[in-house]
Design a protein around this ligand. Structure first.
Ligand SMILES: Cc1cc2nc3c(=O)[nH]c(=O)nc-3n(C[C@H](O)[C@H](O)[C@H](O)COP(=O)(O)OP(=O)(O)OC[C@H]3O[C@@H](n4cnc5c(N)ncnc54)[C@H](O)[C@@H]3O)c2cc1C
Length: 455
């Protein structure tokens, strides 16, 4: 992008000052997401209105400049990391939230923060249940673009279960309105745009379904002396038809990191932890069933709390986990594979054995109720040898996941991190169909090029 290009784009914007061409270190946080990928874009546009998004897309199309959309940059697959020839388009300032109580819906800008929507909905007795652990920072546009999941998603569903319609700017600058924001019939284009990681369009407005605030049940913390016993408990709870609101798994090393970060009761010798929350007012029967299953799998610690304040103290185990694990090593690469519930114990056992056989530290935690396991490859030295071992470990993990009928990403997306592994999961016909869709939506490969699809 030359200064002439820059002036051309600026002249077309409703808010010319929202374009930053001198991308100094002041903007460093925009060079990366929550992974180790980084890149300094040629310019950054902090769009405030959709008309400026349209102008930017048309400009990039005309000049064949890559355009990379970005929300809060909490992504875990490098999706919003821009190359040096790119225009980085931040949608964080398009953040309106309009909650409609009678229809139990909300119309939001893509830059609205997930928790802010929950807070606004709560004012009228409603809620937006999807809750990625990053919900205090992540944007709803980023959630939709990644197909985000979260802690309560086993019971209440993931982001895509709440999207009623989308507005997006297409690669030629035109505006697409789908679902309740446009026409409900025809192709379900809002489904296609979800989890497309900014490669098919730039989301400028979202219509969400809301639900009445559910009653919180009991919070239960359970510890085991082996990770497979905890994983088997997860499979047994699911097989018995119990659907807790939260069912989180942490192996011993992950639990130790959490305990190191913030001292938690009952974690000192745990080889694995389950954190559960039941749903509804009267969950006595459910609690008894859960206790029986835990005892059958020989748990060695179980504590349940219904008092909200005391329950909060149990939540500390999970709350800072990602930060705690990151702080425990020089390099942390996190992979979010997912498998069918019946295979969860097999995967957990496999990861435990990988850890024993590897010079690296490999730990795991995740939204177990969804079969989701976040496997962390940790190096204390950050050496080149360790980096190679991490690459090999990731490939081994991916192959095993696919063999178990699972998926390479439960919720964090493909981005840069996993595109090379896609052929492990998808056959050539599926990959051809995906490339065909990209070609129709973005014939000149302007929108977030180099992400999601393999080379
Ligand atoms: C501590 C921590 C915990 C996390 N926990 C979870 C979890 O429990 N569940 C989960 O699913 N994820 C989790 N994540 C990952 C991350 O928070 C989610 O992927 C989130 O949805 C990203 O939102 P964002 O606004 O930060 O998007 P970004 O990181 O800015 O972008 C993510 C992708 O969306 C695209 N994008 C952003 N905005 C738009 C737009 N307006 N239009 C089109 N494309 C767009 C970007 O190009 C990129 O490909 C966690 C991350 C962290 C750091």
């Amino acid at each position: 992008m030359t200064p002439a290009h820059f002036e051309d784009l600026r002249s077309q914007l409703s808010f010319p000052d929202s374009l930053v061409f001198r991308v100094t270190s002041e903007y460093e946080k925009y060079f990366s997401d929550a992974t180790t990928y980084s890149g300094k874009p040629a310019a950054i546009l902090f769009a405030r209105v959709k008309e400026d998004v349209q102008a930017a897309v048309k400009f990039c199309q005309k000049n064949k400049i890559p355009l990379v959309p970005r929300g809060a940059g909490t992504g875990l697959s490098g999706g919003c990391v821009a190359s040096s020839d790119s225009l980085l388009l931040s949608t964080e300032l398009i953040n309106h939230i309009i909650v409609n109580k009678p229809t139990a819906t909300a119309i939001v800008g893509p830059g609205a923060i997930t928790k802010t929507l929950q807070d606004e909905a709560a004012k009228v007795g409603l809620t937006y249940p999807p809750d990625p652990a990053s919900f205090r920072e992540s944007t709803l546009g980023g959630n939709v673009a990644e197909g985000a999941g979260g802690l309560r998603c086993r019971r209440f569903g993931v982001t895509k279960d709440y999207v009623l319609g989308l507005e997006a700017v297409l690669a030629d600058g035109s505006l697409l309105r789908t679902g309740v924001l446009g026409n409900g019939s025809g192709f379900g284009l809002e489904d296609l745009l979800q989890a497309s990681e900014g490669t098919l369009g730039i989301i400028t407005e979202i219509a969400f379904r809301l639900i009445p605030i559910p009653t919180r049940g009991a919070t239960i913390l359970v510890a085991f002396d082996h990770p497979t016993k905890a994983a088997q408990t997860v499979a047994d709870i699911t097989a018995q038809g119990i659907i807790p609101t939260v069912l989180e798994f942490l192996d011993g090393d992950a639990a130790a990191c959490s305990n190191e970060y913030e001292k938690n009761e009952g974690l000192d010798d745990a080889a694995a932890i389950l954190l559960l929350e039941t749903a509804g007012q009267d969950t006595t029967k459910e609690i008894v069933q859960i206790r029986e299953i835990c005892e059958r799998n020989r748990c060695n610690y179980l504590r349940g709390e219904t008092d909200p304040e005391r329950a909060e103290s149990l939540w500390n185990v999970r709350r800072n986990l990602s930060k705690a694990i990151k702080a425990s090593a020089a390099i942390r690469i996190s992979e979010d594979v997912a498998v069918p519930n019946t295979q969860f114990p097999v995967l957990v056992d496999f990861v435990a054995k990988m850890n024993l056989a590897s010079p690296l530290r490999i730990n795991a935690f995740g939204h177990a109720g969804d079969g989701n396991l976040h496997v962390n490859f940790l190096s204390s030295s950050g050496s080149e040898t360790d980096k190679e071992l991490i690459e090999q470990g990731i490939l081994t993990l991916m192959k095993k996941t696919v063999e178990l009928g699972g998926t390479l990403t439960g919720e964090h997306g493909i981005g840069l991190a996993k595109r090379a592994y896609l052929p492990l999961e998808f056959d050539p016909a599926t990959l051809r169909a995906m490339r065909g869709i990209k070609q129709v939506f973005d014939p000149f490969n302007i929108l977030n090029p180099g992400k999601l699809l393999p080379k």
